[in-house]
Design a protein around this ligand. Structure first.
Ligand code: ATP
Length: 308
């Protein structure tokens, strides 16, 4: 009797798990592709033409999620094609909002954003999003193989291209050592990848997609220094031939940036290269000193831990 009961229960369990699974996938897809459907294509809007390598221009951009609470206040900057701009500043200052506006999840409330001279509001969202690759802070992996997760950037990619992208993203050696290699299942039901590994899968995905513009939202969570260096190296690799906007939480990322913007309460309060900003002795220099002290404390603690 118990056996008779077990069978249907087992099937029910399977059905439940499958449904739950597809809900997770759908949710992930929704987040990736359709985040707030707030903006619509203008009738007859043409496609974005990335003819000059993807120059990004913010011209006195203001923005508010809620009109009573302004978030960005006349933010202007330019990222020449192929260059890297890093945005730093206190939490809540509006850094991620800049990335969301560039992806046109929302329309600006004042000013304009252009890519190669075309206002984002004048082109189709599909063409805009094909031109931009995002490496989010917290990458959602599909409950599928590592191969699928990397190739998601371009489903028709060949085996050789997938491996090349994984190599550039510094995740290939890790994958090659797994018993099932690229066929290893990851996600909720498979191998749980660390934050750093997930982010490198996302970087491989973006390398395959080969967009003109790259938005890299650096993870806030602490990474061990080896992982951090691997990610830095893979980021350097992809950003050399892409116009890159980095939302940086680690000052080690910004040292090489062509321009650093310090954003505080929705305004750019300092801008320049690393050395210039250090010499300025303002907010950036103070942040740098704080992070240096934190890193030194951590290193000292690690040394003590190693002795114990
Ligand atoms: P962090 O470094 O902590 O990620 P940030 O500089 O990226 O912060 P944003 O995420 O751009 O900051 O947020 C700027 C402000 O906008 C915050 O005060 C936040 O509460 C608010 N905000 C962000 N997203 C929304 C939203 N969808 N609706 C309303 N307010 C929002």
């Amino acid at each position: 009797y118990l056996l008779q009961l077990y069978q249907p229960l087992n099937i029910l369990g399977m059905v439940y798990r499958n449904i739950k699974q597809s809900l997770i996938d759908v949710e992930a897809m929704y987040r990736l592709l359709h985040e707030p459907a707030e903006v619509e294509d203008r009738a007859g809007a043409p496609e974005l033409v990335v003819a000059r390598g993807g120059r990004v221009r913010f011209e006195r951009v203001s923005f508010a999620y809620d009109p009573r609470r302004p978030i960005l206040d006349e933010v202007s900057f330019e990222v020449p094609a192929g260059q890297t701009v890093a945005i730093v500043g206190p939490s809540g200052g509006g850094k991620s909002t800049i990335a969301r506006l560039l992806f046109r999840f929302y329309d600006v409330t004042g000013g304009s954003i252009e890519i190669d001279g075309q206002d984002l509001r004048d082109v189709t969202q599909g063409s805009l999003r094909r031109a931009i690759g995002v490496v989010p802070q917290d990458t959602v992996l599909f409950n599928d193989t590592i191969r699928y997760n990397i190739a998601y950037g371009r489903p028709d990619a060949s085996e050789a291209e997938i491996i090349e992208a994984a190599r550039l993203a510094r995740i290939h050696d890790f994958v090659a050592r797994l018993p099932d290699g690229y066929e290893t299942r990851v996600g909720e039901r498979g191998l749980k990848l660390s934050g750093g590994e997930k982010q490198r899968v996302a970087i491989a995905r973006v390398i395959l997609k080969a967009p003109a513009i790259l938005i890299f939202d650096e993870a806030t969570s602490a990474l061990d220094s080896a992982t951090e260096q691997e990610i830095q190296a893979s980021l350097r690799q992809v950003s050399t031939d892409h116009t890159t906007v980095v939302i940086a939480h680690r000052l080690s990322t910004v040292v090489d940036a062509d321009e650093i913007l310090v954003l505080d309460h929705g305004r750019i309060i300092e801008r320049g290269r690393h050395g210039e900003l250090l010499r300025l002795g303002g907010a950036y220099a103070a942040m740098w000193a704080r992070q240096r002290r934190a890193a030194e404390r951590e290193a000292a603690l690690a040394e003590i831990a190693a002795e114990i």
